[in-house]
Design a protein around this ligand. Sequence first.
Ligand SMILES: Cc1cc2nc3c(=O)[nH]c(=O)nc-3n(C[C@H](O)[C@H](O)[C@H](O)COP(=O)(O)OP(=O)(O)OC[C@H]3O[C@@H](n4cnc5c(N)ncnc54)[C@H](O)[C@@H]3O)c2cc1C
Ligand SMILES: *[C@@H]1O[C@H](CO)[C@@H](O)[C@H](O)[C@H]1NC(C)=O
Length: 537
Amino acid sequence: MAKFHKNPIFFLHILIFFHQFDVLISQPTHSPILNCLNNQKITNFTLHPTSNHHSSLHYNHLLKFSLQNLRFASESTPKPTAIIIPDTKVQLINSVLCCRRSALDIRIRCGGHSYAGMSSIPRGNNPFVIIDMMNLNRVIVDLESETAWVEGGATLGELYSAIADHSSYYGFPGGVTPTVGVSGHFSGGGIGVMGRKYGLSADNILDADLVDPDGYVLGRAEMGEEVFWALRGGGGGNWGVVYRWKVQLVHVPKKVTCFFVTKQAPINELAKLVYKWQFVAPYMDDSFHISIYLTASTSKDVYLTFLGFYLGSKLEAIKIIDRQFSELKIRQEEYLEMSWVESVLFLSGLPKGSTTRDFKSRYWSSKSYIKTKSDYVREPVSIEGLTGALEMVALEPRGLFLLDPYGGIMDQISSDSIAFPHRKGNIYNILYALLWGEGDDEDRCLSWINRFYDYMTPFVASNPRAAYVNYIDLDLGITDFANSNDNIVEKARAWGEKYFLGNYDRLVKAKTIIDPQNVFHHQQGIPPSNVKTHDEL
Ligand SMILES: Cc1cc2nc3c(=O)[nH]c(=O)nc-3n(C[C@H](O)[C@H](O)[C@H](O)COP(=O)(O)OP(=O)(O)OC[C@H]3O[C@@H](n4cnc5c(N)ncnc54)[C@H](O)[C@@H]3O)c2cc1C
Ligand SMILES: *[C@@H]1O[C@H](CO)[C@@H](O)[C@H](O)[C@H]1NC(C)=O
């Protein structure tokens, strides 16, 4: 026997046996979902290439097309068993049901901009499927009622250009990057240059059709006010799949005014400008929005870019700035009048020469490796504090910091009007981002952004230190559903209250109503209060 065991042929046979066995078991892992999709006549999907049904080229292309953070596109990132692209509401419902029947986790992907890759990566190593909403991107505008229905896979660019195609007197408040998906964006809030006038995207949602965990489509009346409240700002991927949203269009003048001025000066000069901005931007006419971008060059020069947007004429904009913020020293020719949709293009950061037709392109051409964090500021930061921050900014050319002013209508809307809670008392929001490329040392990038975040501690909202869920940051904590000893609702509170403040418990309640079995979960999902622990399942 011993001799026989040493026979290389024997080992070869064992290898072949295991190899065949491997093929045999990997096929059946696909076939339940494959059979289900075939039975439901869903044709636009691609399976993980091990099953040879589609080429791996096609699979990789689809996987990466809307995966906007290259950190989650690496070889070592777990890959979905299938990517399904439903074309109709019925196909969407059946996609959800097929995943459930095949015991596969569901990741819903709209624009794919989640900074933590929540729409493209699994929880741990759970087998999962991406339901990519990109073909459900129709927008129906109704000027008479001043509303639009926008399907859950549309991008902001698709929504904005559809509105502009109908009229130049209407717009919608939200971010300016056209490839950002409406569903992720609306689910977390949606901050943009009309936020001080009209609030968040989520403040302007009138209705939604939600595919629940059992495949029922629920409108606002059917899902009930608690769940409809949670959909608006409680974070994506928690409640079901939003098939479509009904939004309230807002009025915009035929011409708005924008400026984009960059200041490069010694740090103490720049600190004075930011200091002054804190006393102007949150308090000015709510038709005005001035945000600041902070960046540095490789030669350690710091740049402050003031992005201005005003719902009115150039003449009025000049008058307001001259009176309230003359230190910006903006030249007359730097104030540009344009239509609202052109202003989105102007502020979007799309390459020079782009037109509003490019809003329909879903491919984001400037992808990189990204890590973000966020804060809220309630008291102006001192000159010394700002100087220290700018000195740190100077040392990292891959850093990008965005300060977005609040105030205006954001102060008028109560903290529990919708799930997004950061209202009165917040003067601005900070996005800390580090963007790096292939081959850069990820650990060094992450430790840099952590040091910056630590530095900011004394200057920003505390107890809890607040954060914006659309700038999702897994450092704040992770829901470990697998650990049976945890009281998950209490554990998740640690970060849940950072995103949602006093609204956290109500979100748990809404989750328990709509998804008691926690079908729609992710690393920072809202847990239902009756969540079954691993041992009980
Ligand atoms: C370049 C860039 C610019 C940005 N600019 C702004 C800005 O100006 N203002 C601002 O507020 N934010 C901004 N953000 C943040 C952005 O709002 C969030 O990342 C948002 O969640 C992205 O939505 P998405 O659909 O593109 O992302 P996805 O990654 O597709 O989705 C995000 C989350 O929502 C879930 N989800 C997606 N579709 C659905 C659906 N149909 N039903 C239910 N859940 C769904 C996903 O599963 C995931 O958990 C920006 C992000 C980037 C990368
Ligand atoms: C699936 O949808 C994508 C995105 O719209 C499209 O490019 C592709 O051609 C579709 N494939 C099939 C098989 O219909």
